[in-house]
Ligand binder design. Structure first.
Ligand code: HEC
Length: 98
């Protein structure tokens, strides 16, 4: 195998591994949310569904809960448990795909 072919294959392998890792992280981070907001963010109860919101709407809502700019019964405490980059992953996981 030519070295350049090998390099390309290696890069493909490495990039797909890190993509899988990001997906796994997002799934693990998002799991606690599904207890209230439903599997994949499809709520069966009075709690709002997340799968109908855009990624940006979810991210902004979580940021304003975290900063206490938006009042809520539970979400302020929950949002404080996540870093901004984790909130991005979670928002991308639940949000409407473009
Ligand atoms: C213990 C139940 C519970 C868990 C767990 C939970 N939520 Fe919530 N969520 C709520 C409730 C209740 C509301 C309504 C606002 C309030 O009273 O806190 C809400 C509101 C929201 C909203 C605003 C929806 C809208 O219509 O504007 C977003 C976004 C949200 N949650 C995202 C999340 C994410 C992301 C997670 C996981 C990190 C999560 N929630 C975990 C109960 C929960």
């Amino acid at each position: 195998m030519k070295q350049s072919t090998f390099t390309v294959l290696l890069m493909l392998l490495l990039s797909s591994a890190s993509y899988a890792e990001i997906q796994l992280n997002a799934t693990m981070l998002s799991l606690p949310c599904t207890g209230c907001h439903g599997s994949e963010g499809k709520s069966q109860r009075a709690i709002p569904s997340l799968n109908v919101m855009s990624r940006e709407q979810i991210y902004r809502a979580m940021k304003s809960f975290k900063n206490d700019q938006r009042h809520a019964t539970l979400m302020n405490r929950i949002a404080k448990g996540y870093s901004d980059s984790e909130l991005r992953l979670i928002a991308d996981y639940f949000g409407v795909k473009p």
